[in-house]
Ligand binder design. Structure first.
Ligand SMILES: [Fe+2]
Length: 270
């Protein structure tokens, strides 16, 4: 039996139970600081993609996230792009399936969310580029999809980014959500993004989807760019993860839920 078939046969949960004591250990460290605020992010559901059981993947995610949220309350949930797969007809269906997953649901547009901003706004009550603040934290959401040229891949809006970061320069923590990682060679925006980001040292993390196989964290200019694999789609990570972020007095703690087991815990001291 090859490795992938072996993993599928015994199931991810068994593997993580077997790894107790490593980064999947669900037992909290008594020295851990209290969590001051917690939120979650997931990406790439691809509702409507052919030859995928997107309804089942959505049901599994919604059920697992609600269960997690009951035990570990999240301030909000972000769906970080590619919620649907290309055809605008899928958007109202996906909305119906997802609208109750959390009372505060935020979204970003991915390259497969191929609808106009007017449709996006009327569905999610959120524009392509938006931001808000809660106490000493700010959250910035930007599209990386081009619905005007229909090229469907675009750099973040640099003017919006700079305006948002300037607006929140006195906040303790800023978090940015972009579906596509802006430092990919093919995007051609790394210099522009770096030129703005270097002026704002309160950016604690950037969240990216798009790369369905990527569950890693890449540090660029001292900022962690956090990937989460995928929820749906025809290819990608073995697990259908969502990422949890916890803010304590002196750390940003983050981990992936598989969606029922914790793995890949990372800590960032402030
Ligand atoms: Fe995707």
């Amino acid at each position: 039996m090859d490795r992938r078939k072996f993993l599928q046969a015994i199931g991810a949960t068994t593997i993580f139970l077997a790894c107790k004591g490593t980064d999947s250990d669900p037992v909290p460290d008594p020295k851990e600081e209290p969590v001051l605020f917690r939120f979650a992010v997931a990406s790439d559901l691809h509702w409507g993609e052919a030859n995928t059981d997107y309804e089942m993947h959505t049901r599994n995610f919604v059920s697992a996230f609600k269960d997690f949220n009951t035990k570990s309350s999240c301030g909000f949930l972000v769906l970080n792009g590619d919620i649907i797969h290309n055809d605008p007809v899928f958007l109202p269906q996906a909305y119906e399936a997802l609208k109750d997953v959390h009372p505060k649901l935020y979204v970003t547009q991915g390259n497969h969310d191929r609808v106009s901003e007017a449709v996006w706004q009327s569905t999610w009550n959120q524009s392509f580029n938006s931001d808000f603040a809660i106490d000493d934290m700010a959250f910035v959401f930007g599209t990386t999809s081009d619905s005007i040229s229909q090229n469907w891949l675009r750099c973040p809006n640099i003017e919006f980014l700079e305006n948002s970061l300037e607006k929140y320069k006195n906040k303790k923590h800023v978090f940015i959500f972009w579906h596509i990682h802006p430092h990919m060679d093919t995007m051609g925006c790394t210099d522009d993004v770096k030129a703005v980001m270097k002026n704002y040292t309160n950016v604690r993390a950037v969240f990216n989807g798009h790369d369905h196989n990527d569950e890693s964290i890449k540090t660029i200019q001292g900022v962690p760019y956090m990937f989460d694999g995928r929820l749906g789609g025809s290819w990608g990570s073995f697990d259908r993860n969502f990422r949890v972020v916890e803010i304590t007095k002196s750390e940003i703690v983050t981990y992936l839920m598989t969606p029922t087991t914790r793995k890949k815990l990372s800590r960032f001291k402030m």
